[in-house]
Write a protein of this length. Structure first.
Length: 288
């Protein structure tokens, strides 16, 4: 009978090691995609984010935090971002048409989730008037309403809601651009004597929408005194409001809300902007 050599014992030892290794690989070794296979052929997910994008999503969820009950009715969208002029930087808050009631956004916070920089939304003027102290009130958005959140300062010194005549406050001074007013030629024009009637109507036809006319001396003579008095006292914001305030479509569905910053507020890239309610719950957010 041949005797066993030390090599036989070593070979047997290697065989045992190989069997154990194969068993371990089949039972619980990681499969390379974050999944572990168990002995009962079920999978257990490894929840550790594997990519930079996944890790960023997890971090952003922590920043966003708890969602407000209002979040299903409110969205936050990009208007104009990435520039250097705070007057041209704005976001849009949109209320869904299915919202059950008005949503008061005064006191809500809008801020960067990355830097924490931001501010509280303040009050606005529902119906502004010129040359008076306007009273501000809470901003209540109806279903379907939209609010422009402009970083810069208001050329009118206050935030406001759109109305049919608001363009007289300066169509080209505001961004986004204000809507146009009723054309002077479409208003009821008082009787003008035959001598000046055609010249008067031609002049009114030439007046651009939302413009307060100021005819020079020669023009005033050519259109007659009655016409000159009419165009200089009746074609303006206050008179437009008097005429149209009772119209069912006098108020629009857009607000211009100014944050009154002298510099841009949002980063040009890798930004997360949050709109939060009075309880610091997230109503809406926008990421880019």
């Amino acid at each position: 009978m041949a005797s066993k050599s030390p090599g036989d014992d070593f070979g047997f030892f290697l065989l045992i090691i190989g069997v154990v290794a194969l068993a371990w690989l089949g039972a619980g070794a990681p499969q390379g995609n974050g999944t572990y296979r168990t002995t009962n052929n079920t999978s257990v997910e490894n929840n550790t984010p594997q990519t930079q994008e996944e890790r960023r999503d997890v971090a952003n969820k922590k920043i966003i935090g708890a969602l407000s009950p209002l979040s299903k009715h409110v969205s936050l969208r990009a208007g104009s971002l990435g520039g250097t002029d705070p007057q041209n930087e704005y976001l849009e808050i949109q209320i869904s048409n299915e919202a059950p009631s008005r949503i008061n956004i005064t006191g809500f916070t809008i801020k960067s989730g990355m830097s924490g920089e931001g501010t509280t939304l303040k009050k606005a003027v529902l119906l502004p008037f010129t040359n008076v102290i306007n009273v501000e009130e809470t901003i209540s958005l109806s279903p379907g309403d939209r609010a422009y959140i402009i970083t810069g300062r208001s050329p009118s010194s206050y935030s406001f809601k759109e109305n049919k005549c608001i363009g007289y406050l300066g169509v080209n001074k505001h961004y986004p651009t204000l809507p146009y007013c009723p054309s002077p030629r479409d208003e009821v024009i008082p009787f003008i004597g035959a001598t000046y009637r055609n010249a008067c109507l031609d002049y009114i036809d030439s007046v651009p929408s939302c413009t307060v006319p100021s005819p020079d001396f020669e023009t005033s003579l050519s259109i007659g005194p009655d016409c000159a008095s009419y165009v200089t006292t009746k074609i303006n914001y206050s008179e437009c409001v008097k005429i149209h305030r009772s119209n069912s479509d006098f108020y629009g569905k857009q607000w211009w809300i100014y944050l009154n910053y002298d510099e841009t507020l949002w980063d040009t890239r890798r930004e997360l902007i949050l709109l939060q309610d009075l309880n610091k719950q997230t109503v809406a957010y926008f990421e880019y």
